[in-house]
Write a protein that binds this ligand. Structure first.
Ligand SMILES: *Cc1c(COP(=O)(O)O)cnc(C)c1O
Length: 433
């Protein structure tokens, strides 16, 4: 695939096209696959709730010369020489993170959200301590206590659950669970929960039993930063997040807190506790993304993400789907497919939609009668489509495309037709750069 083709047809950034061209000369295998992935991203609708499209400056910083440097330690206290500029970049990233989340302290080094959680667990708990969390089957994250994960291996995990009727957090039941198990730490913040989290209520529960409150805002960080979802501060003792979901930064993690003692522990548990050298190219990209998120335009973007989610949700309900918990307050929704078609599974829907150029993930719904690799639901999110500039009008179109594909059971002709409509829609909303 030629770079001029990529640039002209996909509206690709010149620097990305130049990379493909450069790579084509010495590694055509990877170059070709990267080019194909660029085409895939440009010509499909991304509805995976945890994904987004970063800006050109964030993208460029990630592929920069900053990757060449070892900077183990922290600004002013490094184990390697030559860190003068890295110190300043990391300081800027930390200051912007604190400003963005309105807190006293930030560690910007975690390589990912799961790594941020490793450091937070190590800072707040000893191996064997009891941690109260929502299991993955109900919308939690694997790093909150799944057996094969570090969290389930080294800590005593006790589950709380959603209310079976409302499919929402049941704070009274969580308080009762906390009284029973007397946890060292309670975790709130989820991967597939579409309602507002009452952090103040969680803090009351934690205080009653003398537990630490950890908020993992990986999914909603951008909404929190923009002020369109309540902040975990000042309620949570420790906050972790990814930087690549609604926050629209590079793939990475972050630990935030207000307390100096907790901050000191977190720093030690990130490095040398669980990581070696920081990814300075990623930290620079985080700093850039934080500046973007501090700009008033990010609030407009984030509100549009929510408006789009609500528009998509309403359009799906109008077509006979059921939304878990009855709706959404944030960027995502969990769609129960059963009322629309008793035989429709999440796995089939995911595959048929992908063939039509619509990328989603199957997701178990509360008390799903089907196993985790099949499921009866889809998790849909609007951050990526909103970054392309789509609005509520396009969400109605997207709901129509989703529904037609899911009802056609993989019919080849219908799939081709929708694939064409998807390509047209994508061409009207090129990827940001
Ligand atoms: C995505 C997510 C993470 C982990 O992020 P990675 O960067 O993939 O490790 C952690 N917690 C929650 C709630 C998430 O949704």
């Amino acid at each position: 695939m030629s770079h001029t083709l990529l640039q002209q047809d996909l509206n690709m950034h010149a620097a990305d096209a130049a990379l493909v061209e450069l790579l084509a000369k010495n590694d055509s295998d990877v170059a070709e696959l990267m080019a194909q992935e660029a085409v895939r991203q440009a010509t499909t609708l991304e509805l995976i709730a945890s994904e987004n499209h970063v800006s050109a400056p964030v993208m460029r910083a990630m592929g920069s010369w900053l990757t060449n440097k070892y900077a183990e330690g922290y600004p002013g206290k490094r184990y390697y020489g030559g860190c003068e500029f890295h110190d300043q970049i990391e300081d800027i990233a930390r200051e912007r993170a604190k400003q963005l989340f309105n807190c006293g302290y930030a560690n910007v080094q975690p390589h990912s959200g799961a790594n941020a959680n490793v450091a937070a667990f190590m800072a707040m708990c000893a191996p064997g301590d009891t941690i109260l969390s929502l299991p993955i089957k109900s919308g939690g994250h694997l790093s909150h206590g799944l057996k094969p994960n570090f969290s389930g291996t080294f800590y005593n995990i006790v589950d709380y659950d959603l209310d079976p009727e409302s499919e929402c957090l049941d704070y009274e039941a969580i308080a009762e669970k906390a009284r029973q198990c007397q946890p060292k730490m309670i975790i709130c913040g989820y991967s597939a929960y579409s309602r507002v989290i009452d952090f103040a209520r969680f803090r009351e529960i934690a205080d009653e039993v003398g537990a630490v409150l950890m908020a993992d805002i990986a999914h909603i960080a951008g909404l929190v930063a923009a002020g369109v979802h309540p902040s975990p501060f000042p309620h949570a003792h420790i906050v972790t997040t990814t930087t690549h979901k609604t926050l629209r930064g590079p793939r990475g993690g972050l630990v935030l807190c207000d307390d100096q003692d907790i901050a000191t522990k977190v720093d030690r548990k990130v490095f040398p506790g669980s990581q070696g050298g920081p990814l300075m190219h990623i930290i620079a990209a985080k700093a850039i993304a934080f500046k973007e998120a501090l700009d008033p335009s990010f609030k407009i973007y984030s509100q549009q993400v929510i408006d789009n989610a609500q528009a998509l949700a309403a359009s799906l309900v109008a077509r006979g789907y059921r939304l878990c918990s009855g709706g959404t307050d944030n960027h995502l929704m969990l769609v129960d497919l059963q009322p629309r078609s008793a035989s429709l599974t999440g796995a089939d829907a995911e595959l048929w939609l992908e063939n039509a150029g619509i990328i989603v993930n199957k997701n178990g719904i509360p008390n799903d009668p089907r196993p985790p690799m099949v499921t009866s639901g889809l998790r849909l999110g609007t951050p990526a489509l909103t970054s392309r500039g789509m609005g509520t009008k396009e969400m109605e179109t997207v709901a129509d495309l989703l529904d037609r594909v899911m009802l056609a059971s993989g019919d080849a002709e219908l799939t081709e037709k929708v694939r064409g409509e998807v390509a047209t829609l994508c061409a009207a909303f090129p990827l940001p750069h």
